[in-house]
Design a binder for this molecule. Structure first.
Ligand SMILES: Cc1cc2nc3c(=O)[nH]c(=O)nc-3n(C[C@H](O)[C@H](O)[C@H](O)COP(=O)(O)OP(=O)(O)OC[C@H]3O[C@@H](n4cnc5c(N)ncnc54)[C@H](O)[C@@H]3O)c2cc1C
Ligand SMILES: NC(=O)c1ccc[n+]([C@@H]2O[C@H](COP(=O)([O-])OP(=O)(O)OC[C@H]3O[C@@H](n4cnc5c(N)ncnc54)[C@H](O)[C@@H]3O)[C@@H](O)[C@H]2O)c1
Length: 472
């Protein structure tokens, strides 16, 4: 065994772990980084990057078939599913160098390509190394949850870890789960020419505002995706080449391929958490607001911490713990200003509370302002008029924003800034947006907050009439 000592030991080289390793090493700390599988983790290899690349292929195909409205003839797209997958791999290859072992060794990080296992509260074994660290950061991410559905072990199925390697286009893709993975993959596949059926046990996009989710689901259905909700899967079976998914209500959905998108489980099995005195919760590792585990020397960040599971959250967590582990400064992870977006067409984005949560938390004090895409001139030019923006306001300050529509994921950035800095609606309304942009929606919804105060206010009308009498 080789004994190593370090300031910071990072377990997992995904979105969270790489951010800690890059930041800590460049600020002068001694860093060891363990990765048992692929540098870059889920986001680069099996998550955000390949899914957004495949969505881009689907969009290209869809646009070919829906251009007549712009005066350009519709063409039935000639899709090569395998070539779309080449595009996916090419995109990964372009981004890969940023997450590579070489780049991190260039920062002075010692990278060990082994899985880590705790031996004691301060020691971790990785292959033939035993590492003693001042601080340990667990950033081991999550994996697809494989529910114990009877028959599942007897049929071939795909998850996000394998679907991007499939090169033969599925004739009929059955997707279990109508969360972000399920709906993004459903639309990409239907646009590339597969038949697609989504089977969702509860409500599809159930973590989002129901009205906004409905706009997305309606669009998917219009494109041909069959979406069955309140349809918990009870059994899976195979008849020759056909896979049958049987739901609790007795419906049978038959298809050629099966994709499981039924949620995630934290990657903790290999860690031997007991040896380090680290407690678990149902969704992952127990942490306090500073992301410290029940072992004060050990932090847990990103998906494994069992909260919001997004790349930008893992990156945000990294910043929080760098402050605490390197400088000993108090630092708390908050969630109220964290946005998320689902990259369907139309996109769906949220930051802060939804309307329902705002009403629960603030009762009568909450005001809801809304502006529809069909009033935005750029959206009309682009024929992207589906959707709306809705902002939840308490005492003149936004506490949440929901956007469904073209570029919703881009538009939500402004509301993340507003919530992170506790800005007022007046500050958003004071912004001048270039005309005609989709971004004007943000200003217009802020304007919608003030319009009744200005246009339906008798005092304002009286003052204006008075002043008009006296000015030359
Ligand atoms: C299909 C899909 C699409 C997604 N799209 C988006 C998106 O558009 N936007 C977004 O923000 N998020 C998206 N996500 C979520 C995002 O991928 C995750 O939130 C993010 O990758 C979490 O980062 P992490 O650092 O916590 O874990 P990961 O990126 O998963 O990294 C963990 C790393 O730890 C390694 N590891 C595990 N155990 C050990 C061990 N014991 N020792 C050493 N190494 C270990 C793993 O091999 C892995 O490389 C998507 C996820 C999926 C599945
Ligand atoms: N655009 C993005 O940012 C993006 C995209 C994809 C994934 N992600 C991240 O990855 C996480 C995981 O995504 P996901 O879609 O797998 O998880 P999810 O938990 O959001 O959705 C899983 C869905 O599967 C359903 N389900 C579970 N078991 C079932 C069964 N037996 N029968 C029928 N339905 C069943 C659940 O009711 C749920 O709606 C997301 O929560 C998100 O954090 C983000």
């Amino acid at each position: 065994m080789k004994e190593l000592k370090t300031d910071i030991l990072v377990i997992g080289a995904g979105s969270g772990g790489l951010s800690v390793a890059a930041g800590a090493s460049q600020m002068g700390a001694d860093v060891i980084l363990l990765e048992g599988h692929k540098m870059g983790g889920d986001c680069l290899n099996f998550g955000c990057v390949p899914s957004k690349a495949l969505i881009a292929s689907g969009k290209a195909a869809f646009n070919q078939a829906h251009s007549a409205v712009f005066g350009v003839a519709d063409v039935a797209p000639q899709v090569s599913y395998a070539a779309a997958k080449d595009h996916v791999q090419n995109v990964i290859a372009q981004i890969e160098p940023m997450d590579s072992q070489d780049r991190f060794e260039g920062f002075g990080v010692k990278v060990i390509r082994e899985y880590g296992t705790f031996l004691s509260p301060t020691q971790v074994q990785a292959g033939d190394h035993v590492i003693t660290a001042r601080r340990v950061v667990i950033a081991t991410g999550s994996s697809p949850l494989v529910p114990p559905i009877p028959g599942l072990n007897k049929v071939p199925f795909y998850t996000n870890e394998t679907i991007f390697d499939l090169r033969d286009k599925p004739a009929h893709l059955l997707i279990i789960g109508g969360g972000p993975i399920g709906v993004e993959m459903a639309q990409a596949h239907v646009r590339l020419g597969s038949k697609v059926t989504v089977i969702e046990g509860m409500q599809a996009l159930g973590k989002d505002d129901p009205g906004a989710a409905a706009v997305v689901l309606e669009s998917l259905r219009a494109e041909g995706v069959a979406i069955h909700e309140q349809a918990m899967v009870a059994q899976i079976r195979r008849k020759d080449d056909v896979i049958e998914v049987v739901t609790e209500n007795g419906d049978i959905h038959a298809g050629s391929h099966l994709l499981l998108a039924a949620g995630r489980k934290a990657n903790i099995e290999r860690l031997n958490l007991e040896a380090a005195g680290i407690d678990r919760i149902r969704t992952g590792i127990k942490t306090d607001e500073s992301l410290r585990t029940t072992n004060r020397r050990v932090y847990a960040i990103g998906d494994v911490a069992g909260g919001m599971q997004f790349t930008h959250v893992a990156g945000y967590h990294a910043g929080i713990i760098i402050r605490s582990a390197l400088f000993g400064l108090p630092s708390k992870a908050k969630t109220a200003h964290i946005p998320w977006a689902t990259y369907t067409d139309p996109e769906l984005a949220q930051v802060g509370v939804t309307e329902e949560q705002a009403r629960e938390q603030h009762g009568d004090k909450v005001e809801i302002v809304r502006f529809d895409y069909h009033h935005n001139d750029r959206a009309i030019s682009e024929r992207k008029t589906k959707g709306f923006i809705k902002v939840m306001v308490v005492k003149g300050r936004p506490v949440g924003a929901t956007i469904v529509g073209h570029q919703a994921g881009e538009l939500i950035n402004l509301w993340s800034l507003a919530l992170a800095n506790n800005l007022k609606m007046g500050q958003i309304a004071a912004m001048v947006s270039p005309y005609p942009t989709i971004g004007e929606l943000n200003k217009r919804v802020a304007g919608a907050y003030f319009s009744p105060r200005l246009f339906e206010n008798q005092t304002v009308k009286r003052v204006v009439r008075f002043v008009q009498r006296w000015i030359p």
